[in-house]
Design a protein around this ligand. Structure first.
Ligand SMILES: [Cu+2]
Length: 199
């Protein structure tokens, strides 16, 4: 593991060949940004990677630079790699706010879609998800922003048509009326009773 004040890179692999590979395939370099601004186009999410899908050849060597554009920590965590090469079958980078980290791993030849996410509390659910397809992949994963639908959608079915705006305006006017009435009563109740009334 490499770790410093900018973050950490775990289970890097620059040269160990997966058992099903004759040689290391093509090299890929991906620069991936993580941050709230990349989720702006997806109202159902808070965070996103600027790219959510990567496609590579069998036995590729992949170098990822993760740039964190937020102030909270973000990760690039990939699951399902061979256990004999990667502890817990995982390649993992974690980057502090405003920093970046670069790490390298080699994938097997198998047709497979690997899950990429940020495992910080709630960040996966809030949109930091992606997929790496090796050799064409084995299908799409769910809830990848911009690629597949949410597994459990949040319905926000408010429609801002004129009728809703008029109702909202009437409610606001009524609210102001009630508030000013209450305020007047409060002032009246708390005001000092004139001295002459006690005589
Ligand atoms: Cu995160």
């Amino acid at each position: 593991m490499k770790m410093d004040l900018d973050g950490a890179v775990m289970n890097e692999n620059h040269d160990k060949l997966p058992q099903d590979c004759q040689q290391i395939g093509p090299d890929y370099n991906f620069t991936v940004h993580a941050g709230r601004k990349y989720a702006k186009e997806f109202p159902e999410y808070v965070y996103a990677y600027d790219q959510r899908e990567w496609k590579v050849e069998p036995c590729s060597r992949i170098t990822v630079t993760l740039i964190n554009d937020d102030s909270v920590r973000h990760q690039f965590m990939l699951h399902g790699l061979p256990m004999y090469l990667y502890h817990q079958g995982m390649f993992h980078m974690e980057v502090n706010g405003g920093k970046q980290k670069t790490g390298t791993f080699i994938v097997p030849s198998t047709k497979r879609t690997y899950f990429v996410h940020c495992d910080m509390s709630q960040h996966t659910e809030k949109g930091l998800r992606g997929q790496l397809k090796v050799n064409g992949g084995s299908g799409d994963l769910v809830s990848i922003p911009g690629i597949t639908a949410q597994a459990i959608p949040d319905p926000y079915d408010v429609q801002w048509d004129w009728m809703h705006l008029i109702i909202l305006a009437l409610a606001a006017i009524a609210g102001v009326g009630i508030a000013s009435g209450l305020l007047r009563r409060l002032i009246k109740e708390n005001s000092v009773v004139p001295v002459e009334s006690k005589q």
